[in-house]
Design a protein around this ligand. Structure first.
Ligand code: ATP
Ligand code: MG
Length: 572
């Protein structure tokens, strides 16, 4: 491609709304353009990278026997009503109506659609196992679209769905996809960690997230260096402090005027935070109960995902309670709520509180707390389970060593769905004995556009992007220093033709610009190999430079070609 003809507009200025390197650089390098918040288009260079990533994904999926199809973005509400997710999915789903008032959504994911296809067309065990995938545009009306392609409202996903005869089959399909994902992200040049992920309140068993390591990642990763434990922070199990064997002391109500927070109470009563109970109050929607009080030890933080899972409700069905409204119905008292004296409210207690003795909690009475509060004797819960958030340095639940934290970008997730969709949507097959059996499913997603952004996060410097050759829009850029010089032009043209004939993707910077401008653009758009044709063209000598290094080597045209080919072969 001749750059004089290419549709490319690089920006010198950093767009104000862009906060992280990938967002800034993809905009500056003219790879993406914003239409509205969370909605982006891909310009020629960006589109090429996208296609490179898609092709890597395709190759590795195909190698595992998965078959590509393409379903529509528009999905009828009826399918989601069948699975129960029309309600569950909540406000992230883009919903729309046709002219006859029939309801639809723009697919945020495709479990229902793929299950529907398969239930209508698969009836015998002979047709299983089956793995179908697509690379397609997804729509999610994210609460906080941000960071460009990282969290957008329209994005490109590869989603695959496996259909097996039984759980053993699913284990195998899952393993195959897990391996394919490792190869895919390796080929994309990403440094990543595979972590156990939350499977949510809505069924399913095992799940893993593939997280590209990055300080700007939104996934908090918790891992252990002693053993193989690695999980998202929301998923990681906590180890309860050992039970206290002290005697239970007599329950007492004490005055704590105006002391509402844990910090105020411990100072006033000269206690340790570990001797207190923290209350978190919620209102829930569309459930048999309206209020939830969660109790954890005063020094702990609540893990919202664990609470939601314990309650078995969707994320959008819970919010912090309005204190006054809750107070009237449950007896809670803002800043002084404890587990004793609450009514009309679901009580969830963190497992650690069960073995703790003689704690201090709100008395459900203004300006009062209770001391020597003990689980079992003084209060009970509707649910007792681990609802606390793990902290860095806490013991690993597998081996006890201190856990470490890292941040990552979730680029992919694999999920054992089991029979959640096949049961609710009646996807059955007949086995050898003509017995009807339920299909066992898995699903596997890769955020293609997010992966593109994650690659930039890991591969850039202050001058721009440094694409790994495997996904680079072009492998080589030939920069002509002076386009008025015929010798330079001829040599560059000769090299350009030669590389093209060898199938190398090459850009020829034949623009009438100063060399400095050309070098800056080449660095910004991140082409891995730059060949500069300048003064020494008359001796047949060019300069060879890798984007990832400062070293400039003088080579003959043939030597340059040789280096280029061997680099592409080793890294492509
Ligand atoms: P997140 O927790 O980041 O919201 P998710 O768990 O909802 O993601 P999945 O439903 O597992 O995402 O979707 C599969 C993949 O699609 C994710 O691993 C991610 O790479 C990508 N993805 C999800 N949401 C977005 C988004 N808003 N913008 C870009 N990519 C996304
Ligand atoms: Mg996910």
């Amino acid at each position: 491609m001749r750059m004089s003809k290419m549709y490319l507009r690089t920006l010198r200025e950093v767009p104000a709304e862009a906060e992280i390197p990938s967002h800034i650089l993809l905009l500056r390098a003219g790879m993406i353009r914003k239409l509205v918040s969370g909605v982006y288009g891909f310009m020629p260079l960006g589109k090429r990278v996208l296609q490179k990533i898609e092709n890597i994904v395709r190759e590795e999926m195909d190698k595992k026997g998965a078959q590509e199809i393409l379903m529509s973005a528009i999905q009828p509400a009826e399918l989601w009503q069948e699975s129960g997710r029309w309600y569950e999915y909540g406000p992230e789903m883009w919903r729309l109506k046709d002219r006859n008032d029939r309801e639809f959504c723009l697919g945020p994911t495709h479990e229902e659609v793929f299950t529907d296809i398969v239930r209508n067309e698969v009836d015998s065990y002979r047709q299983l196992p089956l793995n179908l995938y697509q690379i397609q545009t997804k729509y999610r009306d994210e609460q906080r679209p941000r960071f460009g392609l990282m969290r957008s409202r329209e994005f490109i996903m590869k989603d695959a769905y496996s259909f097996d005869r039984d759980w053993e089959g699913l284990d195998k399909s899952y393993q195959e996809m897990y391996e394919a994902y490792e190869t895919i992200f390796d080929r994309c040049g990403l440094e990543y960690r595979v972590v156990e992920a939350d499977t949510g309140a809505m069924g399913g068993s095992d799940s893993h997230e593939f997280c590209a390591l990055s300080e700007f990642g939104e996934s908090e990763i918790c891992y252990c260096e002693k053993c193989d434990m690695a999980a998202t922070r929301e998923r990681a199990n906590c180890v309860d402090d050992p039970a206290d064997s002290s005697e239970m002391l007599e329950l007492e109500t004490v005055k704590t005027p105006g002391k509402k927070t844990i910090a105020e109470v411990v100072e006033y009563l000269k206690l340790d935070e570990k001797q207190t109970i923290k209350a978190l109050l919620f209102e829930v929607f569309d459930q048999e109960y309206k209020y939830v009080a969660a109790f954890i030890r005063g020094d702990r933080e609540l893990n919202m995902t664990k609470l939601i899972n314990a309650l078995g409700i969707p994320e959008h069905a819970i919010q912090f309670a309005d204190e006054d409204a809750m107070s009237k119905e449950t007896g809670s008292v803002g800043g002084f709520t404890g587990p004793i004296g609450l009514r009309n409210c679901k009580i969830v207690v963190d497992s650690e509180l069960v073995g703790a003795k003689n704690l201090c909690a709100g008395a459900c009475l203004a300006d009062h707390h209770m001391i020597n509060v003990n689980y079992g004797r003084d209060y009970k819960a509707d649910i007792v389970t681990d609802i606390k958030l793990i902290e860095e340095g806490d013991p690993c639940f597998k081996c006890g060593a201190a856990v470490k934290f890292a941040r990552g970008i979730e680029v992919g997730q694999v999920f054992k769905l089991g029979t959640k969709y096949s049961e609710s949507m009646h996807a059955y097959y007949k086995d050898e004995n003509m017995n009807e059996k339920v299909i066992v499913m898995g699903c596997y997603g890769i955020g293609i556009s997010r992966t593109l952004a994650a690659i930039v996060e890991q591969h850039h410097d202050e001058n721009g992007i440094i694409w790994p050759i495997s996904v680079a829009p072009y492998a080589v850029i030939i920069t002509i220093v002076n386009i008025g010089d015929e010798v330079q032009n001829n040599l560059a043209e000769q090299l350009y033709q030669k590389l093209q004939s060898l199938g190398v993707e090459v850009l020829l910077d034949d623009r009438n610009e100063r060399p400095g401008v050309k070098f800056k653009d080449a660095d910004l758009i991140g082409i891995p190999i730059r060949v500069t044709v300048g003064k020494k063209a008359k001796d047949g000598i060019v300069e060879y430079k890798l984007r990832s290094s400062d070293e400039i080597l003088e080579k003959s045209v043939d030597e340059a070609v040789e280096s280029i080919i061997s680099l592409i072969e080793s890294k492509g």
